[in-house]
Design a protein around this ligand. Structure first.
Ligand code: FNR
Length: 387
């Protein structure tokens, strides 16, 4: 269907499903075990109610903000997600083009299907990017990538260190697609090209197991021995960029990140509350719960480092609710990929157009002209705090 006929993110996801390969759909859609965290990520937002105020002149509403000190015209950003070219040849560069007019920051995955240079090649000056790192067991490989990103430092403004996936999880949709592809290979000679596995960057990774899904194949080589004491000093020695820790899921770890930031200025500047879109540990908490914990036990974290969140964003109201709870920025993972699958860079543009419009409508309905006004007085969290 033409993109302008798609009115919300669910419709874009449904359109993408008809355009992309089964294997791509299974990889993007999948989450760990029973998909409880994936579902809860969105349900948590739906269970927060808004508290609109009246008699406010809302002729205009601005979503301008700053991310790590850089001006941004929206609090929305693109979460790092692997292998965009599985969905569309525009790939990660297409995501960059699609978000350009919204001024949204794009975090580029360690497992992107294009090089860091290619992705930013056509970006407008001032367009914001960050680069996401999975530390490799072979640290020299990670150090080489950090050096490469450092050479693009007028583009990549932060290094995002992902911590919530120290070991591969069980994503059955993805694994089943791998198994089915393998069965096709076994029953046909020569194998059809589609069944031969990932076409992009094929040679870069060794496959651990012919039956595994895309996720397990990409995971190969990732280190499981990261610690506060060893990893952050190592990382700070290999990058001058601000560090953002992704995959924080408890107030204890948020507190430790803020404490580290205070003790080591110029290193950790932000955290991302995320359960990896429900893809790592099933029944791990949605960002909403972690935000509420931080507000209760260590609210000073919000004054020390920037707190970003991702997971389950389907509507502008979801974004506004996260901001009311103290998030500085809100990321979308699958939504950007579905947009890309539905219509290349224009599909991403359409996705962000919808979300941005919904954010502005929500703000004005609430009686809010500027993001800085948002706070807990605009929401009722009783339903999510019951447990
Ligand atoms: C991801 N995510 C992810 N995170 C990360 O730090 N590095 C990565 O390479 C990837 N890869 C990846 C691939 C795919 C297909 C998905 C869907 C997700 C997690 C991502 O950054 C983010 O945390 C979630 O996607 C947010 O949830 P939603 O927006 O997808 O619900």
């Amino acid at each position: 269907p033409p993109l302008h006929t798609l009115l919300n993110l669910d419709e874009i996801e449904a359109a993408a499903k008809t355009q992309i390969s089964k294997k791509c759909w299974a990889y993007y859609f999948s989450a760990a075990d029973d998909l409880h965290s994936k579902a809860l990520n969105n349900l948590a937002y739906r269970n927060i109610l808004l508290r609109p105020r009246v008699f406010v002149d809302v002729t205009k509403a601005s979503t301008a903000t700053t991310l790590l000190g850089h001006p941004a015209s929206t609090p929305l950003y693109v979460s790092p997600a692997a292998m965009a070219r599985l969905a569309h040849p525009d790939g990660e560069a297409g995501i960059a083009r699609g978000v350009a007019r919204f001024g949204a920051m794009q975090l580029v995955s360690h497992n992107a299907s294009m090089t860091p240079e290619q992705i930013v090649a056509d970006a407008a000056p001032g367009q914001l990017f960050g680069w996401q790192l999975y530390v490799q067991t072979n640290r020299a490989k990670s150090e080489a990538m950090l050096a490469r990103v450092a050479r693009l430092r007028d583009r990549y403004r932060c290094v995002v260190l992902t911590l919530d996936a120290p070991v591969p999880s069980k994503r059955e949709h993805d694994e089943r697609a791998g198994i089915e592809a393998q069965l096709v290979v076994q029953s046909a000679r020569p194998p059809p090209p589609d069944a031969a596995g990932l076409q992009e960057e094929e040679t870069k990774k060794e496959k651990p197991d012919a039956n595994s899904g895309v996720g397990k194949q990409l995971f190969f080589g990732t280190a499981a021995d990261l610690t506060w004491e060893t990893t952050l000093p190592w990382l700070a020695a290999h990058t001058d960029l601000p560090i953002v820790l992704k995959g924080i899921q408890t107030h204890e770890d948020a507190y430790l990140a803020a404490r580290y930031a205070r003790r080591h200025p110029g290193t950790v500047r932000g955290i991302i509350l995320s359960n990896h879109g429900g893809r790592s540990l099933d029944t791990a908490p949605p960002a909403v719960h972690t935000l509420l914990e931080i507000r209760k036990y260590c609210p000073e974290v919000f004054d020390t480092i920037e707190v970003w969140v991702d997971g389950g964003i389907r509507r502008g109201t979801d974004v506004v609710k996260a901001l009311c709870l103290g998030a500085k920025a809100v990321g979308v993972g699958r939504a950007a990929l579905w947009g890309l699958g539905a219509g290349g860079w224009q599909g991403v543009d359409r996705t962000f157009d919808i979300l941005q419009g919904e954010i502005e409508t929500c703000m004005r309905m609430l009686g809010v002209k500027d993001l800085s006004e948002l706070g807990p007085r605009f929401i009722n969290t009783r339903m999510v705090e019951r447990d």
